[in-house]
Design a protein around this ligand. Sequence first.
Ligand code: 6PG
Length: 469
Amino acid sequence: MAKARIGIYGLGTMGSALALNLAEKGFATAVTNHEPEWIGPFMERASREGVAEALRPETGLAEFVAALETPRLILFMIPSGEPLDAMLDEIAPLLEPGDTVIDGGNADFRDTIRRAAMMHKKGLHFTGMGVSGGEAGARHGPSMMVGGSDESWQGLRPMLEAIAARHEDDPCVAHVGTDGAGHFVKTVHNGIEYADMQIIAELVGLMRHGMALSPAQIAARFAEWDRGPLRSYLVEITAKVLAARDSATGGPAVDAILDRAGQKGTGRWTVIEAVRLGQSATMIESAVAARSWSSEKATREAAEPVLGGDRAAVDLAPEQLEAAFLAARILDYAQGFRILAAAGAEFGWQLDLARIAEIWRAGCIIRADMLDDIAVAFRAGPPHGELILAPEFAELLREGIPALREVVAAAVAGGHAVPALSAGLGWFDTMRQGRGTADLIQAQRDFFGRHGYERVDGPGAHHGPWWDD
Ligand code: 6PG
């Protein structure tokens, strides 16, 4: 039997979908799984979908490795923590110099850098690859952010380009940098995703509790917004989610869902890395915080009668909400790209921000029409590298910020929680002031700690006139 071009270890939701996608595109793919009993049902599915011929199921690890063409390409689709480390220890002795192991899970890019260095010592390549788009994306076209060596990329490229989502004819996959770059870019993608989801949740909350609109009415608005400049996957699915009914209650499906959000870590990693890089992605941070607070259900229930849970009515027009959403979304993406720019400089990856925007135009969760304009803006090179200073985005913000201001003001006055929307506005208002308020911070630091400060009228370190000595 002919050898397989690639092997996939891990037939969970994402691994199965990627294997079927590769098989459908005609690539001979070996598959295996930690629990061998998963292989049979997977192959039955592959037969139903008419792609079984290109698949080569193997139960033992040695047989799986032996089924591959050399240099081997082995994609692990398993949890990225300890299970992956254990598997790398197990598989490395079966491999030969020049082989590549790929981690397609959501990994901490620092672990990916460590694993790449460890595999490099054995003459092996280790590629961290961010895969976005959920199960449907993996099956029919994900967006993929690939790290690792150029050599591995050359081996993977034809297959990844064939299975990727396409924006017009452009495959949504790129080699974004070495070692952990792919996982880093995917992490920031998820940070942007968290904030966009939080913005949407805040706007839906305002419409529901401040404007007494039903989920079905809000669904209709989102469906309408999905035909304008906000067109995106998250807006599209929000319309569908809000329109859905719960089969048990007959009421809106969202009303049957407990208001406690989970998180697997990528949003938190984005915030931690942003702070480490001397950045602060406040909208993403607010979104992570909101998820954490959401899980404190018992405390919130106890607080409601003590602190008062009232929310006043707000009077906001659909156009105001739409314009505020667009402005907030620009600020969210701008904060995400700032982290990418800072990390590129820190880790020597030379991240191509325009190309990253391009590979996010289809397949991934944050795909949005706006990404096309973001790519154009980064190709042109915005002033100071800042998306908010690119002429077309500065213009959009000048138009949309008044609405964001009105929405945040109405929400705050009415007692509606809008942490991400207000964080975006706070950042915007800080960045548009040539002279801010940190003069006072410097004075205080000098007062209590003799830290010194710079003067407006010349260089050097100075102290203030606050001590007697
Ligand atoms: C994607 C998603 C996907 C997943 C994450 C987010 O790009 O396809 O981001 O990776 O949804 O696991 O998970 P949490 O919300 O649980 O952190």
